[in-house]
Design a protein around this ligand. Structure first.
Ligand SMILES: NC(=O)c1ccc[n+]([C@@H]2O[C@H](COP(=O)([O-])OP(=O)(O)OC[C@H]3O[C@@H](n4cnc5c(N)ncnc54)[C@H](OP(=O)(O)O)[C@@H]3O)[C@@H](O)[C@H]2O)c1
Length: 410
């Protein structure tokens, strides 16, 4: 009889939605993993608020899975594990987007791995593709739908004509949105994920605080209706790109032309488009969250860590963060319906170098709605024009601006 395979001991920090799904999946797949790696994974201990001792779990473990969430004590536990020579697998975008450099440095110094596939895009292998598959490619740009909650809400608004509030209530009922959805709907959750993506795509130390973000709370059913008329899809988009010798990372609602690879990504799915001269463009999409999906990404990382060699992000290089850039915009105005209004708006825009590409006008009794899409223009100049337009006496409510992402990849 052959000797039993040696055990590979996994310490589990957190047994909530992801942690319990991970525990179950590990037990289901243990035989398969043993065949693939020659070691049999087993849970060495579990830490929750109500039980478990971190020091004892660390002592007994070869690898730590951190799925507790939040900044502390997750950060401290991960640092201690890495410094003690344990691999760490985490789903924690909050810690990675704010303390990533400290963790990556500890992993490099300890000669162990920190793996983070589940922190971005659930089971969609975004991190693995950027960090490993495309390690040799010079990535120019990543566009992503990296928050499933907001994508579900916008998809429902487009599909049923529901208001933002109605679609949010439905997302909460179906479990796609938490009872406090602030991080999702303000764009902060997506900003954390884009900071992590930019760190790996550009080897630049991007902190969450350096990622400007806008959310979807102010979008209305009218925006979606106009989008349809103009042949556009409305999405919450994260963008990370090289520009003017630096990088720009941000999150904003954007109209996408129908042919854009992200335009048709519906429901709670996540997707990213990675552009590089060497590969043209790759789009990855799939379920961005959920206990079993995220657990699958975590277990995939555990198996990768069981098989060396370590492959950690190298030290980051300094980089310039670009905040003003050229972009196309949609502008929505509610105005008094009389002659000359459009000409005055166009003149102010023109003085700032903004020209109108297409326009839709709708009467509303004595008022009218103007929805227009601009040719690309420097954001600061466009915002200056919008500020002036907002002060015109025939403009009935604050102008609304949404970026438009073009149909072609430059
Ligand atoms: N849920 C998803 O679909 C999803 C998707 C991608 C990434 N993630 C990430 O995965 C992580 C976990 O998410 P989750 O949804 O599984 O969270 P969750 O259901 O709230 O579970 C959190 C677990 O961590 C434990 N915990 C929290 N703070 C602790 C503390 N101070 N000391 C000890 N234990 C503590 C909790 O203990 P108790 O059981 O005692 O409360 C619970 O077992 C987060 O970083 C999240 O961003 C989640």
């Amino acid at each position: 009889m052959s000797a039993p395979a040696p055990a590979y001991r996994v310490g589990l920090l957190g047994r909530g939605v992801v942690g319990s799904a991970f525990h179950e999946l590990l037990e289901q797949r243990a035989g398969h993993i043993e065949t693939a790696t020659g070691m049999r994974p087993e849970i060495a201990g579990v830490l929750t608020r109500s039980g478990g001792d971190f020091d004892e779990i660390l002592e007994r473990s070869d690898l730590i899975v951190e799925v507790m969430g939040g900044l502390e004590p997750a950060r401290e536990h991960m640092l201690r594990a890495l410094r003690a020579g344990r691999h760490v697998v985490t789903a924690n975008k909050q810690v990675l987007s704010q303390h990533g450099e400290e963790l990556f440095a500890a992993a490099r110094e300890g000669g162990v791995q920190i793996r983070l596939e589940a922190a971005v895009g659930g089971v969609v292998p975004i991190i693995r593709v950027i960090h490993e598959t495309l390690a040799a490619a010079h990535i120019d740009r990543v566009h992503g739908i990296v928050n499933g909650t907001t994508n579900f809400i916008l998809s429902e608004m487009a599909r049923t004509g529901a208001s933002y509030g109605e679609a949010l209530a439905q997302a909460q009922e179906l479990g796609y949105a938490e009872s406090d959805p602030t991080d999702d709907v303000t764009g902060r959750d997506a900003a954390a994920k884009m900071a992590i993506i930019a760190r790996l795509a550009f080897n630049a130390p991007v902190h969450l605080d350096q990622v400007p973000y806008e959310g979807i709370e102010d979008l209305t059913a009218y925006d979606i209706e106009y989008a349809r008329e103009l042949g556009l899809a409305l999405k919450l988009v994260g963008s990370a790109e090289r520009i003017d010798g630096g990088i720009a990372v941000r999150v904003f609602p954007a109209f996408l032309y129908a042919g854009h690879p992200l335009a048709s990504v519906g429901g709670s799915f996540n997707a990213v488009t990675i552009e590089s001269p060497a590969i043209t463009e790759i789009t990855l999409s799939g379920p961005g969250a959920g206990g079993s999906q995220t657990a699958s990404a975590v277990l995939g990382d555990v198996i990768s860590a069981m098989i060396p060699p370590p492959f950690n992000p190298p030290p980051a290089e300094p980089v310039v963060l670009v905040t003003d850039r050229e972009s196309s915009f949609y502008l929505h105005l509610e105005v008094a319906d009389h002659p000359g209004v459009l000409a005055q708006v166009a003149e102010i825009l023109g003085l700032q170098g903004a020209s109108i590409q297409s326009v839709v006008q709708r009467g509303l009794g004595a008022d009218a709605r103007l929805a227009m899409v601009m040719h690309p223009v420097l954001e600061s100049r466009f915002r200056a024009a919008v500020e002036l337009i907002g002060r015109l006496d025939f403009v009935r409510s604050p102008p609304r601006v949404i970026r438009v992402i073009g149909e072609t990849f430059e």
